[in-house]
Ligand binder design. Structure first.
Ligand code: ATP
Ligand code: MN
Ligand code: MN
Length: 301
């Protein structure tokens, strides 16, 4: 291993057995972000990221030559990631099993980074029982031209509606254009029930407020509205994980926030790869300590 890295990086590498090659490779030309900086980000946020992403089937957005070149979404693997990245066998629709990936350590995350991963996405279930959802996620996708104020209003509408039917929710800015409103669940309901619940809720919102919302899949029907992407709640669907870096210009990060912060935050791409220290500090605050944790089940709808 070369010793030319800055001091902070040396400390990070000392804590991990994963060797990151080509640390100087630029993976985000717009932000000038290197693979080394990406690895340092994930090493720093691993303790606050693993409680959510750990022991969950994951999909990776890999961009081995950086985000300006070809990226691909990877769901399973036959062993090329080595021993830090584990497999969980999941039954596919046609009846055969595929080895899905999961990690449970900082080294697991860093091995994925070494393999060219930029983004981490996760199922809404844990490996202990992939048939039972441990979260609902309402992925609020604004149509082009809508400003963030519209997304903010939509997020609060979902919070209030879900609260009315007994579900506590937590918001996350995606690092992209929208927000995810997440309701943690005690794993109990299976996918058919969870998807049906999310679909009916999304349709109800779109029916009540058709000027601002749509749950319709064809893009033409989304004009000027927020698309409630309820399909994140079906078996096998994923959502971007907290503290994951996005393969988008400037290397923004998906970040859990409080509802109080939602009132004033300016953009869903507020934090970037360089902000890892701030993100770790924030995550330890009392306001965020309980983020994503609630003991609740799907109510009747
Ligand atoms: P934004 O706020 O910009 O919408 P996002 O992460 O919510 O960011 P979406 O395009 O709405 O991005 O996608 C929602 C989720 O759907 C993603 O986080 C990802 O997990 C999943 N997803 C998106 N594209 C694919 C794909 N090609 N294959 C599989 N899953 C995908
Ligand atoms: Mn989205
Ligand atoms: Mn979406």
């Amino acid at each position: 291993l070369e010793t030319e890295a800055p001091v902070a990086s040396v400390a990070v590498e000392a804590a991990s057995s994963v060797v990151i090659t080509n640390r100087d490779r630029v993976i985000d030309p717009e932000g000038g972000i290197t693979k080394g900086q990406l690895a340092d980000h994930y090493a720093a946020v691993a303790p606050i990221m693993l409680p959510w992403v750990g022991s969950r089937p994951i999909s990776l957005v890999r961009c081995p030559q950086g985000r300006a070149k070809k990226c691909f979404f990877q769901k399973h693997d036959a062993g090329t990631f080595g021993t830090n990245v584990h497999h969980v066998a999941i039954l596919e629709k046609d009846g055969h099993e595929e080895p899905y990936l999961y990690v449970d350590t900082p080294d697991g995350l860093l091995t994925c980074v070494q393999m060219g991963t930029i983004e981490f996405h996760g199922w809404g279930a844990r490996i202990e029982d992939v048939e039972k959802a441990d979260r609902l996620v309402f992925d609020l996708d604004p149509d082009e031209g809508l400003d963030f104020e519209a997304v903010r209003r939509a997020a609060f509408q979902f919070r209030d509606l879900l609260k009315e039917i007994g579900l506590e929710t937590f918001p996350m800015v995606t690092g992209g254009k929208g927000v995810h409103v997440i309701a943690p669940l005690t794993p109990q309901a299976e996918w058919a029930e969870v998807k049906d619940f999310a679909h009916r809720l999304a349709m109800a919102v779109a029916q009540k407020d058709p000027d601002n919302f749509t749950a319709a899949l064809p893009k033409a029907q989304r004009k000027g509205r927020i698309f409630v992407d309820y399909l994140r709640n079906q078996r096998g669907a994923t959502a971007v994980m907290p503290y994951a870096v996005r393969a988008r210009a400037g290397a923004p990060v998906a970040v859990p926030i409080t509802w109080k912060e939602m009132e004033t935050i300016d953009t869903p791409a507020h934090w970037h790869v360089g902000d890892a220290a701030e993100l770790v500090k924030r995550a330890g605050s009392t306001a965020l300590a309980g983020w994503g944790r609630a003991d609740q089940v799907l109510p009747d709808l």
